[in-house]
Design a protein around this ligand. Structure first.
Ligand SMILES: Nc1ncnc2c1ncn2[C@@H]1O[C@H](COP(=O)(O)OP(=O)(O)OP(=O)(O)O)[C@@H](O)[C@H]1O
Ligand SMILES: [Mg+2]
Length: 457
């Protein structure tokens, strides 16, 4: 069965009602029982107060004959009220043996309860000692009152209480269910609104104004999720357009050159040149496709696997050496600061550091110095490349790590740079559990990435 908030709330209401009614019913029952007890005791006191002075006043056995008749007359046929006069001299006694052979002498003066075998309910007793007078010895006068009618009242009242409480609990549960369903109306309206959002329109949002405060937050989070989806969707659409764009230029070149070559007769040398040029374009295309595949792999959660324990200074030196010709062209020098050992994929490390150094070489002020910094923080190492250059606008800085994003969009598509270098750096960082960063301050532009030195498995 599906979980339902309304049903759960109704159950909670019912439990609360059950608790409240059972406590108040118990209290009511206790107070009724107490007042019924008081009533019984008052009746016993009243009967004693009428007869005690009569018993105390007379001492002759002749008078007791009349007294017995009077007590017989006072005892109802159903023996709801009974009298006993307990004394050693049988001339003065009345009422006979105690029921079930119990011993009167054990019973103290005052109120007590007498269980009788053939009755459901006990008798309430009031025992009083009447002092000796003349020839009459001391006697004990006992009045007993059957508690059955009182207890019946109590039982009846208890049954009614239970019935009313049960009815109350059922009613509260039903009402609670209705209230909860009514209260949850805005949730249903919200879900209808969400269901009716058109599939093709990613700009649509839920209307939060008409919602109660408790649901506004939920609707706002939902709208936030929609906004993120929209952004991701836009990025994907832009990405598709970018890929098409990047592939179009080399393909147009290939087609154009090949068409021209086919239209006119060409000698072998010219055809060789054409093939050479076509090969370069094809290599560019191959490069883009390979980079795209690499990025797709990293995005789907691929981790660096070919790990080795290396000195980052040594590895960075090798990358710098490899890029020597590019650096030499602009008379740039490179300084590497810091060193540490880390367990990383060195091929990926070279690839991302080379991308950063190539960018730095491209944008650095000629004849300046590029700094490669290696900083470690526990298991994390930070690699950054800093070059003197034109400041980069903050708007661009945040987005440069996106695929195909270039700050200098105008000339971007004309050269051999596709705008994938920094996204590869980001992919390498994420494959090592790290992240990327970029700063532009005091005439220096710094791009870098962090890596978590991987544990030996
Ligand atoms: N050191 C830097 N100084 C100034 N701008 C930079 C620097 N590094 C990167 N950028 C900017 O970031 C953009 C993206 O860099 P990225 O390396 O991703 O692409 P690219 O260098 O244009 O192309 P690719 O690396 O694929 O050949 C560059 O086009 C450039 O505008
Ligand atoms: Mg680059």
């Amino acid at each position: 069965m599906k979980r339902s908030i309304a049903r759960r709330l109704a159950l909670m209401f019912a439990l609360a009602a059950m608790l409240i009614t059972s406590v108040s019913a118990t209290l009511l029952r206790c107070s009724l029982k107490q007042s019924l007890n008081e009533q019984m005791q008052n009746e016993l006191i009243l009967r004693h107060s009428v007869l005690d002075p009569v018993l105390a006043k007379y001492d002759s056995p002749a008078f007791w004959v009349g007294l017995r008749q009077k007590l017989d007359g006072l005892t109802p046929a159903d023996e709801r009220v009974r009298y006993w006069v307990v004394v050693d001299d049988p001339a003065y006694s009345y009422g006979g043996q105690m029921p079930d052979g119990q011993d009167w002498s054990r019973r103290p003066d005052g109120f007590s309860t007498l269980e009788i075998a053939d009755r459901d309910r006990p008798m309430e007793l009031l025992v009083k000692t009447i002092p000796a007078l003349g020839s009459r010895p001391e006697l004990r006068f006992i009045v007993g009152l059957d508690s059955t009618p009182f207890m019946k009242t109590l039982d009846h009242f208890t049954r009614i209480l239970i019935l009313i409480s049960a009815l109350g609990v059922v009613l509260v549960a039903l009402l609670g269910y209705w209230i909860a369903r009514f209260g949850l109306g805005p949730v249903r309206r919200l879900s209808r609104q969400a269901n009716s959002l058109p599939p093709g329109d990613s700009k649509q949002r839920l209307d939060t104004d008409a919602l109660p405060g408790e649901l506004q937050e939920l609707a706002m989070s939902f709208n936030g999720a929609l906004a993120r989806q929209e952004a991701a969707w836009c990025q994907l659409e832009g990405f598709n357009a970018n890929v098409a764009h990047e592939l179009r230029t080399p393909l147009t070149n290939l087609i154009g050159q090949t068409q021209v070559a086919l239209a006119h007769g060409r000698d072998v040398g010219e055809l060789q040149d054409l093939l050479q040029s076509n090969l370069e374009e094809l290599e560019r295309l191959g490069g883009i496709v390979n980079d795209m595949l690499f990025l797709a792999g990293a995005e789907s959660g691929q981790r660096a696997t070919e790990l080795s324990d290396v000195s980052l200074y040594e590895e960075a030196s090798k990358t710098v050496e490899y890029l020597e010709p590019v650096l030499h062209d602009k008379q740039l020098s490179v300084v590497i600061s810091g060193d540490m050992r880390a367990r990383i994929d060195r091929r990926l490390f070279h690839r991302s550091l080379a991308n950063l150094l190539q960018n730095a070489a491209r944008y650095a002020v000629p004849a300046s110095t590029i700094t490669v910094s290696l900083v470690s923080q526990g298991m994390q190492v930070e690699v950054s490349v800093s070059n003197a250059g034109e400041p980069i606008d903050g708007v661009h800085l945040e987005r440069l790590f996106e695929r195909f994003y270039r700050a200098d969009a105008a000339r971007a598509r004309s050269d051999a740079h596709h705008g994938l270098g920094l996204s590869i750096v980001r992919a390498v960082a994420s494959m090592h559990g790290g992240r990327v960063f970029a700063r532009s301050q005091d005439g220096f532009n710094t791009f870098g990435f962090s890596l978590i030195s991987q544990a030996v498995r």
